[in-house]
Design a binder for this molecule. Structure first.
Ligand SMILES: N[C@@H](CCC(=O)N[C@@H](CS)C(=O)NCC(=O)O)C(=O)O
Length: 222
């Protein structure tokens, strides 16, 4: 039986982040898959997440929501390989990037551009080109700042992979695959190389949307 359960919608970048950490640590996990919108039911709110968001972690009798807390919990519990820098400044940089993902990347890049352009149509939601065009400048600002913070380091918080990389990559991995996303990345060779490097990790292959959908199909109501 899997040690960790993540409740969530397969394909969500927030859900992928804890799965990446679990994979990088070599731990056993499963997804309790929800259908699109399954997080907004009264039952889900009452049982799992009072604010109707995903992901939620179950570990034995311990239940936890808020992705940063989940990532930190797994990293504390299973410290090898370490995903939090010991150095105070690198650790602060990691925490800064984690905050940027939650506050700016998720709403501006994923919510403003990637979801409406690439994901929404898969669920039959029509594409609103004007809304996407209006969202580009704010998303671009975030990408520019991430590239500046990355600089010439291999990872977001310095020389080693950290939680920051694993929380950020699910939000950026699809950008090179569509015109507006590729245009935002184009001025930043360092960020493009970081995306390619992260994408090549086995943990990314193990948590790809089609792989999750196949392994953890959503139950169809009778
Ligand atoms: N601060 C929360 C944010 C979680 C979040 O925004 N999750 C999105 C995942 S894509 C979600 O639940 N969206 C569905 C909805 O808002 O109905 C965390 O870190 O877990």
């Amino acid at each position: 039986m899997a040690e960790f359960t993540i409740h969530g919608i397969c394909g969500s970048p927030y859900v992928r982040a804890p799965l990446l950490v679990l994979e990088e640590k070599g731990l056993s996990w499963r997804v309790d898959p929800l259908p699109m919108g399954g997080n907004r039911t009264p039952d889900y709110k009452a049982r799992l997440h009072p604010f109707a968001k995903i992901p939620v972690l179950d570990h034995g009798d311990f239940r936890l929501y808020e992705t940063r807390a989940i990532l930190d919990y797994i990293d504390q519990l299973h410290p090898e390989p370490p995903l939090t820098p010991a150095d105070a400044r690198l650790r602060a940089r990691m925490n800064q990037v984690l905050g940027i993902v939650d506050s700016y990347v998720a709403p501006r890049v994923s919510g403003g551009v990637t979801f409406p352009r690439l994901i929404a149509p898969r669920f039959g939601i029509p594409v609103d080109d004007a809304a996407i065009a209006a969202a580009i400048p704010a998303a671009h600002e975030v990408i520019d700042e991430l590239a500046r913070l990355l600089g010439d380091q291999p990872y977001m918080a310095g020389p080693a992979l950290s939680l920051a990389d694993l929380m950020l990559i699910p939000h950026l991995v699809l950008l090179p695959d569509f015109d507006e996303g590729a245009a935002m990345i184009a001025p930043h060779a360092n960020l493009a190389a970081w995306i390619a490097r992260m994408k090549a990790r086995p943990s990314m292959a193990a948590t790809d949307w089609p792989v999750l959908a196949e392994r953890f199909p959503v139950a169809v109501a009778a």
